[in-house]
Design a protein around this ligand. Structure first.
Ligand code: C2E
Ligand code: CA
Ligand code: CA
Length: 649
């Protein structure tokens, strides 16, 4: 019947250890190991005390030899236990040891019980009572000590107390029958308490295990990027620090790579975030496929990934690996039916040759990445000694910028923009010039990015705009002013509003002013860029898109802005007469601007040959060294006066 089976199953379970619960076994092992010495102490001391009360009445083999043998056995067992004791046992050790303890419990309990029963006939009533007391009390002590190991406690109780009850009840003496009843009662109670205690102990261990599992899971989640399933930024930095320590100890070398996707932001804007997310996931997978077991990939956030390469090989191998990664990301991605093209740039820095700690290494890899991007030369840039010099140079520029008195030190130069149809100067582009008392003249290509990074740019822009407007106010009314705004000048409403009020206060018609902005400003925050350009348009200013053709913007995005001009980057103009690709690009950009109803300025015209081609393909507005490099304010009147002579060239 089923209840039979249930009971039998319960009994079997009680008498055996729980093999399939390793955590419980370990906890039992630990709890029990501190109590085992106590148990043997109680057992042996009580036994020798009983032996001493029988020394004169019982034979020596019973009072001395038998307990001596038991003592030796217990000692051997105890020593064995001590030697195999382990503070942090493996699952298997805990299981084996507890199983052994349960197995040994029966013979030990039986040996002591048999001994006590054998002693019983040799004494008077007092001594016999001592035997009964010894058995009853010792077993209680032992059960207490075996509390955490239910099987051993049950075996001991079963062996000793069953023998006790049967033996003393069968003496026929009322006192002993009563005692056996007492012991039976206590045994039953002890069993119940043991059961409850053990159950609670088990629950406690299970709860601990659950809490540990939960905290492990949290730990895992806290270290994983849920979008790409790669290690996240936090995990990456922990690993990076560990790698530095390890490399420092071993004297080994490793490489940190930072990878940034180019053209990801427009994908996000154009197709939506869910496609952007899928793109990141797939990009992560592609990179991962190229990594071996010595190359660890993580996602730092946004479209930035990091690589820790612990067996980097030489620089050529490293660059080859970087190029493989970039090439794989250049292959089109097919997501939800869209074929999406992006690319990637990588900055690499080696430890310890190029950095002495994790922070520096990260900074240097990051520097290599952005320096590479800025110069548009190669997609993989390895941080080198020349970069280190540049960093030092930039640091001194930053120092000088912070101390600079811009009203004094900044000057505005003007480069004419020529209308090829009229042959007249249509406008001047204002270009910043900084003469630092510490460093001498510093190129804007150098100091503007630093001013942007350090947040100094907004103040600079206001001073430059003030100066440019004041100069332009003196020009003939048909000449426009073109002024460069940085991304940061458009980044917040209050900054834009300050510029607007500056323009309003100036003695210059905003209708004659063009603001040059770059694609970066638009990409960074389309809504903000839209707001800012509309604000400036309302004032009457024109908006020119500078360096057009170098970025990734889609036509749609540009259309969303109220642009009035585009400026074709000089990289397409240099050598245009020999470069068919450049010619095609400039031609199509001219057509595009015409279709969009925008004026088009072609920058960087340096030679007669270039100018010739531009004329042929219908370029109207040009700017470049061929006509003039940027000139100071004082040179403008004579430039304007000499202009007709220049045209005839
Ligand atoms: P940009 O806005 O593209 O300015 C044109 C740059 O090309 C100027 O360099 C100009 O001198 C140079 N350039 C003009 N014609 C030619 C040519 O025929 N050949 C060559 N090789 N170069 C030519 P510049 O003045 O050194 O300025 C560099 C960059 O610094 C500017 O590029 C602009 O991004 C930034 N910048 C300059 N002034 C300002 C400013 O006042 N505000 C902001 N935000 N940026 C400025
Ligand atoms: Ca410009
Ligand atoms: Ca430009």
């Amino acid at each position: 019947m089923s209840w039979h089976r249930e009971i039998w199953r319960g009994v079997k379970q009680g008498f055996s250890i729980e093999q399939d619960n390793p955590l419980l076994l370990k906890a039992q092992y630990k709890a029990f190991s501190t109590q085992l010495p106590l148990m043997y102490f109680i057992l042996l001391v009580n036994s020798w005390i009983l032996s001493s009360t029988h020394i004169d009445s019982a034979p020596h083999w019973l009072t001395l030899d038998y307990p001596a043998i038991l003592t030796v056995v217990c000692f051997i067992r105890f020593i064995f236990w001590l030697r195999s004791r382990n503070r942090d046992p493996t699952d298997e050790t805990a299981r084996q040891t507890l199983k052994r303890t349960s197995l040994i419990a029966a013979p030990i309990a039986l040996s002591f019980t048999v001994w006590a029963i054998l002693l019983f006939p040799y004494g008077n009533a007092y001594q016999q009572s001592h035997v009964a007391f010894y058995m009853g009390i010792t077993v209680i002590g032992c059960i207490f000590c075996l509390m955490h190991l239910r099987s051993a406690a049950l075996i001991t109780t079963a062996v000793v107390n069953t023998s006790f009850v049967i033996f003393f009840a069968s003496t026929g003496k009322p006192t002993f029958i009563a005692t056996s009843l007492n012991v039976a009662m206590v045994s039953a109670t002890m069993l119940i308490i043991l059961h409850i205690y053990y159950r609670d102990f088990k629950h406690l261990i299970d709860a601990q295990a659950q809490a540990e599992a939960l905290s492990n899971e949290n730990f895992h989640l806290a270290n994983m990027d849920s979008l790409t399933m790669l290690p996240n930024r936090r995990k990456f930095f922990t690993e990076l620090k560990a790698c530095c320590t390890q490399a420092a100890n071993k004297g080994s070398r490793f490489v940190l790579g930072i990878l940034d996707l180019d053209g990801f932001k427009p994908v996000n804007d154009l197709y939506g975030h869910s496609i952007g997310d899928k793109l990141l996931f797939t990009a992560g997978k592609r990179i991962q496929q190229l990594c071996d077991e010595h190359t660890h990939l993580a996602r730092l956030g946004g479209d930035e990934f990091a690589l820790i390469i612990t067996r980097p090989g030489n620089n050529e191998a490293l660059l080859a690996f970087g190029n493989r990664v970039c090439n794989s990301l250049r292959q089109p991605f097919t997501i939800a039916g869209n074929s999406i093209h992006i690319s990637a740039s990588i900055g690499l820095a080696t430890y310890p040759d190029m950095a002495s700690n994790a922070t520096e290494l990260f900074e240097h890899a990051d520097y290599a990445l952005y320096h590479g991007k800025r110069n548009n030369r190669s997609k993989v840039t390895l941080f080198s000694a020349s970069h280190r010099n540049l960093i030092q140079q930039e640091a001194s520029i930053e120092q000088a910028l912070r101390k600079a008195d811009f009203e004094q030190e900044l000057e505005v130069y003007f480069q004419p923009i020529i209308n090829l149809e009229t042959g007249k100067t249509a406008a001047f582009e204002a270009l910043a010039r900084w003469h630092s008392p510490i460093l001498g003249p510093v190129s804007p290509a150098q100091f503007i990015p630093i001013a942007e990074r350090t947040g100094i740019i907004n103040k600079q822009t206001r001073i430059l705009l003030g100066k440019a407007l004041a100069t332009a106010a003196k020009w003939p009314a048909d000449i426009r002013l073109s002024f460069n705004l940085s991304v940061h000048d458009l980044s917040s409403r209050s900054i834009v509003e300050r510029l607007v009020s500056l323009i309003k206060q100036a003695n210059f018609d905003p209708q004659r002013l063009d603001m040059e902005i770059t694609e970066t400003a638009i990409i960074r925050d389309l809504d903000q860029a839209k707001w800012a350009t509309e604000k400036l348009r309302k004032l009457g200013c024109g908006i020119s898109l500078d360096d057009f053709g170098t970025g990734y913007s889609s036509l749609n995005q540009l259309h969303a802005l109220s642009l009035t001009k585009i400026k074709i980057d000089r990289s397409f103009v240099t050598g245009i007469e020999q470069n068919l690709a450049s010619l095609k690009i400039v031609k199509s950009l001219l057509a595009l601007s015409r279709d969009m109803g925008l004026d088009c300025i072609i920058e960087g015209v340096e030679t007669q040959a270039e100018l010739q081609v531009i004329r042929e393909i219908g370029g109207i507005m040009v700017q470049g060294y061929f006509y003039s490099s940027p000139i100071p304010e004082t040179a403008i009147p004579s430039w304007l006066a000499d202009r007709p002579a220049l045209l005839s060239q």
